[in-house]
Write a protein that binds this ligand. Structure first.
Ligand SMILES: C[S@@+](CC[C@H](N)C(=O)[O-])C[C@H]1O[C@@H](n2cnc3c(N)ncnc32)[C@H](O)[C@@H]1O
Length: 216
């Protein structure tokens, strides 16, 4: 298993500026992708006004832009990819959101503990990029006062087979980044153990899109 530092360098190489540009152009034409749109739909039932959001592995920032448009007060994007962060920062500047947005580059498990609590933490297709998903979820649960929203892949033999192909793809390219398929039941159990109750769920093949609320 690659070290977290190797993993982040690999993520930075794979999620590069070219990929970010392409995805950003698609977003401008068609809006958020299906799984992201499902999360946005689930989050829409919450009162976003004057709330704060940490978007882990925020990519081009679609979730953050929706959040700020709905009256969100502040967003923090933590991403291992410098290319994605560049695109997101440029978009925020064009929208005049410099005072409401922060962009932090690096490993979320190192950065997250240094931040203040926020209302909502989102992980859209992120734990499948991370070897120690328990650590990432535990850190997330400590920072989110109200809600955690995440998408992650279905598990099972077919998902493992696709994952193995992904691993081969990265090995052949000499990139230490690896995709992961985590046990769905364990993801849910960890969130429950940290006091979060599943509020909404949708299967957007091959992703589970789920929103959890902190139990009072
Ligand atoms: C599959 S992309 C998803 C991007 C975006 N959330 C979306 O749904 O379009 C995974 C993102 O997680 C980021 N990432 C992976 N490992 C990370 C880590 N350890 N810390 C922070 N970000 C990470 C990658 O750089 C990438 O931006």
């Amino acid at each position: 298993m690659p070290s977290i530092r190797e993993h982040c360098c690999g993520a930075d190489r794979f999620f590069d500026r070219i990929k970010a540009d392409k995805q950003y152009r698609q977003y401008l034409k068609k809006g958020a992708r299906k799984a992201t749109a499902a999360l946005i739909n689930q989050l829409s039932v919450l009162d976003i006004n004057v709330k704060t959001l940490v978007d882990i592995g925020g990519g081009i920032g679609a979730l953050q832009w929706w959040f700020l448009q709905q009256g969100g007060q502040r967003t923090i994007d933590i991403d291992a990819s410098s290319g994605y962060l560049q695109i997101a920062r440029e978009h925020a500047i064009r929208q005049g959101w410099q005072g409401k947005t922060d962009f932090l580059e690096g490993d979320c498990t190192e950065i997250l503990p240094q931040l203040d609590e926020v209302d909502i933490v989102t992980l859209d297709k992120v734990i499948c990029c991370y070897p120690d998903y328990r650590e990432i979820l535990a850190a997330t649960c400590q920072k989110a006062t109200t809600c955690i929203a995440l998408t992650y892949p279905m598990d099972g033999p077919l998902a493992q087979a696709v994952r193995n192909l992904g691993v081969l793809f990265f090995k052949l390219r000499g990139n230490p980044f690896r995709p992961y398929v985590h046990r769905v039941a364990e993801v849910r159990q960890i969130l429950a153990e940290h006091g979060f109750k599943r509020h909404q769920h949708q299967l957007v093949f091959p992703w589970h899109a789920e929103t959890y609320l902190r139990e009072s």
